[in-house]
Design a protein around this ligand. Structure first.
Ligand code: RNT
Ligand code: ZN
Length: 418
């Protein structure tokens, strides 16, 4: 599309929105300030760079597909991330798992990892203007089993406590280095395939482990604790359920991580935002797309994500919500998966920012529910696509579907040769 046509369409859209009291220029500025945290693990199917471990992905999560071109080492992964980021408008962060350390070919076990293994990442992040977030990694290791931080075996449990403590230290160092808090997410797969004789026992152990892990206070990192409904092979019981982490987070002032794939399929994640914000300091998101189960499909613009973004904007909570992505699809071009999912998430926030919030709230306060419903319905066909195109144009990334070409070229030149 020609720039002049994008500009013309934007001017018309701007006028239309202005008539309902929405300033599109302001929406574009606000959207520009929203940074997503891209999950490094879409680039290589959650493999990482360790030279030890079982090799297979464990912990009840699964990647499907075998599309050629996955990143095989740190250089390829970094190049892929930069390629993806160049096609996503705005400035974004990168979320690393512990298994993506720069181990230089050495076997560094999980209880030995240290900030030095992420030094080159910190430098890379500053060089490319990408702030880093972090994740401890309890899966895909000989000691992963079904239980890590909730394991009654002291040897195994202490191994994972040590790992998680070290991950917090790494996050603290990252936060200091980049002069912006690093968000560290803690997710453990602990659970069981069948109903355990005691559900309480393992939750008590997990609570004690967390207390020990969080007894160290840091200033440059923030903890998120991620709940889950179930994992594959762990269908009957998840130690770190939503109730567990909600209680823990509310009591101890920790952020709960809401992974949009970790709930019953008819449960609204959007509805949780306002409730959590009253009792936990901030919220960490893992934006994903469950299809029938926690299947980690590439995020697309659907009602779930639009509702979630709208709730965050209505709560005026952008400064309290960290927006990480979390999906892994190996059936399509992986760079394309980043770009589609990131841009879809941004579109959801744009839609939310283009809502005449005060007007809707005013109708509601006056009991004018017909007007409230009518405006909400009409918003669906407002010319927001023209505003999105303008956002891409202003931020020097391909408009509309024209990014497909860039991705196919990168595939031809780079990933298909791997
Ligand atoms: C698993 C959780 C977790 C992982 C990543 C790889 O169900 O969603 O966040 O996807 O840590
Ligand atoms: Zn997640």
């Amino acid at each position: 599309m020609k720039d002049i046509n994008i500009e013309k369409a934007y001017e018309a859209a701007k006028e239309r929105y202005s008539a309902i009291g929405v300033d599109t220029d302001k929406a574009l500025d606000s959207l520009r300030k929203i940074s997503l945290s891209l999950h490094c693990w879409q680039a290589d199917d959650v493999t990482g760079f360790e030279t030890l471990g079982e090799g297979a992905l464990t912990g009840g999560i699964q990647v499907t597909g075998n599309y050629p071109g996955r990143a095989r080492n740190i250089e390829e992964l970094r190049a892929d991330i930069l390629k993806a980021a160049s096609l996503i408008p705005g400035k974004h962060r990168l979320s690393l798992h512990e298994i993506y350390g720069d181990f230089q070919g050495k076997a560094v076990d999980r209880n030995e990892v240290a900030p030095e293994h992420f030094r080159s990442w910190m430098e890379w992040g500053v060089e490319h203007g990408m702030k880093l977030d972090f994740n401890s990694t309890s899966f895909s290791h000989p000691k992963s089993g079904d239980l890590t931080l909730a394991n009654p075996d002291d040897g195994i449990r202490n191994f994972w406590i040590e790992h998680t403590k070290r991950c917090r230290l790494i996050s603290e160092e990252m936060g200091k280095y980049q002069n912006d808090p690093c968000i560290m997410n803690l997710w453990v797969h602990d659970g069981s395939k069948e109903v355990p004789a005691s559900r309480l026992k393992y939750r008590q152990i997990l609570k004690d482990s967390l207390d020990e892990i969080f007894s160290v206070k840091y200033d440059h990192m923030k903890d998120g604790i991620e709940a889950k409904l179930f994992g594959i092979g762990l269908e009957n019981y998840t130690v770190g359920s939503y109730d567990f982490y909600l209680g823990y987070g509310a009591k101890n002032g920790k952020m709960v991580t809401l992974d949009t794939g970790h709930f019953h399929l008819t449960e609204s994640i959007a509805d949780k935002v306002s409730a959590l914000l009253l009792f936990t300091p901030e919220i960490n998101l893992h934006v994903s797309r469950p299809v029938r189960w926690d299947s980690d499909h590439v995020v697309i613009l659907n009602d779930d994500i639009a509702d979630l973004a709208r709730e965050i904007i209505r709560c005026k909570a952008l400064d309290k919500v960290h927006i990480g992505l979390d999906y892994f699809d190996a059936t399509i071009n992986r760079i394309g998966a980043y770009v589609i999912g990131s841009r879809a998430t941004q579109k959801a926030f744009l839609l939310a920012l283009l809502e005449p919030g005060d007007r809707l709230a005013g109708y509601e306060a006056e009991g004018r529910y017909f007007e409230r419903l009518a405006v909400q319905e009409e918003l669906k066909n407002m010319p927001w696509g023209a505003v999105w195109d303008m956002f891409c144009l202003k931020n020097d990334v391909p408009v509309g579907e024209s990014y497909i070409r860039d991705i196919l070229k990168y595939e031809a030149d780079v990933t298909s040769k791997r």
